[in-house]
Write a protein that binds this ligand. Sequence first.
Ligand SMILES: Nc1ncnc2c1ncn2[C@@H]1O[C@H](COP(=O)(O)OP(=O)(O)OP(=O)(O)O)[C@@H](O)[C@H]1O
Length: 306
Amino acid sequence: MSAVSFSSVSKVFNTPKGPFQALDDVTLTIEEGEFFGLLGPNGAGKTTLISILAGLARASSGSVSVLGSDVQTQFAAARRQLGVVPQELVFDPFFNVRETLRLQSGYFGVKNNDAWIDELLENLGLADKAGANMRQLSGGMKRRVLVAQALVHKPPIIVLDEPTAGVDVELRQTLWQFVARLNKQGHTVLLTTHYLEEAEALCTRLAMLKRGRVVALARTSELLGAASANVLRFKTDDALPPQLAAQARVTGRVAQLPAQDAQEIEQHLSQLRAAGVRVEDVEIRKADLEDVFLNVMAQAAGEGAP
Ligand SMILES: Nc1ncnc2c1ncn2[C@@H]1O[C@H](COP(=O)(O)OP(=O)(O)OP(=O)(O)O)[C@@H](O)[C@H]1O
């Protein structure tokens, strides 16, 4: 049985300016035990898709099931299988950390859960904050509690929506070690992130969304393998010749050009020389997920995606 199955999911929001299609016929299946990444630029529809999965929003059409339970018609059964770490920090400020986690356990009907709560506090670096009031915690600490809250009923499927947005390196590492361990123990993980380095390191399979549509769905290794093998990176103050400008990624003074092999790198350099472009700090690196992502997004735009 698949862990999560999205079947032709569409979502149209009614806005003052008229209907807005946030998701357009999304079909994808996440198998049990996978570490799955959902990527896409701002506004692509990632949070909307996760909200539908968590039963917080309704699809306009299509269906979603969690370990065989439909999220609408079998809401309680589906919801119990999910631990959702939301993007936004929302808490009752009057409780301390342990009380917050006990309350959440009660919500899922889990009793005598203190041993697991202690383990969560320990693994998320919150052990010394168990008695602290929620409103006394820093933003990063609150986010750790959100993660603990999502895991309090030991859900087989863990959904993380931008869990590392704005958090420090230490929490990121703690969080990923913990989540990776849970994944090894058999938990399925669905992650949305803007940190492509994290997605590349953690996710075995990825879907890329653009304007509500799935524009890539493959194993991470396949996506990386299909990309150009190398990238030629340099700084320049000069304009690139048109044939290179068309394929370059330019950020300020830094230009990056995809290249399959040493011969293509040499071709790029000789074209630059011939055009009189002065280059500094030349470097060759392996293509990464960010290159793949930008490429997929550019292609999707080229194909006239709405
Ligand atoms: N309640 C709503 N009413 C109208 N439009 C909405 C609503 N919720 C989301 N949208 C729109 O739907 C689109 C998808 O939003 P969503 O939050 O799912 O994107 P996202 O991929 O999660 O983006 P981000 O990376 O910025 O979190 C956006 O254009 C957003 O403005």
